[in-house]
Design a protein around this ligand. Structure first.
Ligand code: GCU
Length: 338
């Protein structure tokens, strides 16, 4: 009987899924707990399995498992299996999901200051964005999400975003007028599309393909790899290289989960997150070129803006700096001078 009890004591602790190994002494009583303690955690990713961010998530999980000697095991759920980005962020706040990588557009609804980092035409190029993210400014924004119950770990690349639609080639600002454009679930992105004279429809990423196919929307905007990966190029072949914004992505962990992890393992997780972010940036660079070549070969019509049009886009979006940059004027200047 005692033996049975001892065996039962070696239970799976449901909360946090902590598995604790037990020894039995000679009489069959549970003795001191051993070091065999394993946390099984969940990581949500809304991109496909072969996408750079997902591949980096697998690498992150592998590094964490290896460096914690198996104390922390992370299962990665790709393709939005755990919900869209907004729902996933909420679940991180409750501790129901442990890790994720999200675009900071929906995340800015939980920490408004993040709108600053994705204002249209904020950075001259990718190099400038990385100088900002990898310096004190980027580190402060990672820390800033703690007030929303989240711990920012590292930055992932998501290139520049461009408009595409199913109706016509776009080469000037006026061409966008009246088009129904899907935007991320973000006030800033809604404001941006309205400022350009188009109509904005917020929608989760996973619904955009059918929205385009059925004509609920005429277009959307995204980077090359997304346009390719979720096959938007099949249903919206006019793509304009306007590069209106760069929206970085954040890898993060629930604060509830974080507080259950020892300082030693927290340090390991942070290091692995930085390591996986480096890997993501390499994979990203390769994927951008491959996706561009693939959609061109598949018949996408790629246009550039006519001379003087980029300036018109910029002028149209200037009011967003006043609205979403309010209170951050000095920070914006600092970013622009990096
Ligand atoms: C990018 C980004 C996704 C995001 C998507 C969107 O693809 O990587 O995380 O969901 O844009 O437009 O919603």
């Amino acid at each position: 009987m005692k033996k049975t009890l001892a065996a039962v004591t070696c239970a799976l602790l449901a909360a946090g899924l902590v598995i604790t190994g037990c020894n039995k002494d000679k009489k069959g009583e549970p003795a001191e707990k051993t070091e065999v303690k394993k946390m099984v955690l969940r990581y949500a990713e809304n991109q496909a399995q072969d996408y750079p961010t997902t591949q980096a998530a697998y690498k992150f999980a592998e590094l964490v498992e290896e460096k914690t000697d198996g104390r922390i095991h992370i299962d990665v759920y790709h393709g939005g299996q755990l919900g869209d980005e907004k729902a996933v962020i909420e679940q991180l706040q409750f501790g129901a999901i442990d890790f994720t990588r999200v675009s900071i557009s929906p995340l800015a609804e939980f920490d408004k200051s993040l709108n600053v980092l994705q204002l249209p035409y904020l950075y001259k190029d990718a190099a400038q964005m990385w100088r900002v993210l990898e310096g004190d400014i980027g580190e402060n924004f990672l820390k800033g999400v703690e007030k929303a119950g989240l711990i920012g770990l590292s930055w992932f690349d998501a290139g520049a975003r461009n408009f595409y639609n199913s109706k016509k080639p776009v080469t000037k600002l006026d061409d966008l007028k009246g088009l129904k454009i899907r935007v991320q679930e973000s006030q800033l992105m809604m404001g941006m599309v309205k400022a350009l004279g188009a109509s904005a429809t917020p929608m989760a990423y996973g619904e955009v393909y059918s929205g385009l196919q059925t004509g609920v929307i005429d277009g959307a905007e995204n980077n090359w790899p997304s346009y390719d990966s979720v096959s938007h190029y099949e249903v919206a072949k006019y793509f304009v290289l306007d590069e209106h914004t760069r929206v970085p992505e954040m890898q993060m962990v629930s604060k509830i989960t974080w507080d259950k992890i020892s300082p030693e393992d927290q340090k390991i997780i942070k290091e692995c997150a930085i390591e996986s972010a480096k890997i993501e940036r390499e994979l990203w660079a390769a994927k951008e070129g491959a996706s561009e070549a693939k959609v061109k070969a598949a018949g996408s019509v790629i246009t550039s803006l006519e001379p003087g049009e980029k300036e018109k886009f910029q002028a149209a979006m200037a009011p967003l700096y006043t609205e979403f940059g309010k209170g951050y004027e000095d920070l914006i200047k600092q970013i622009q001078s990096k």
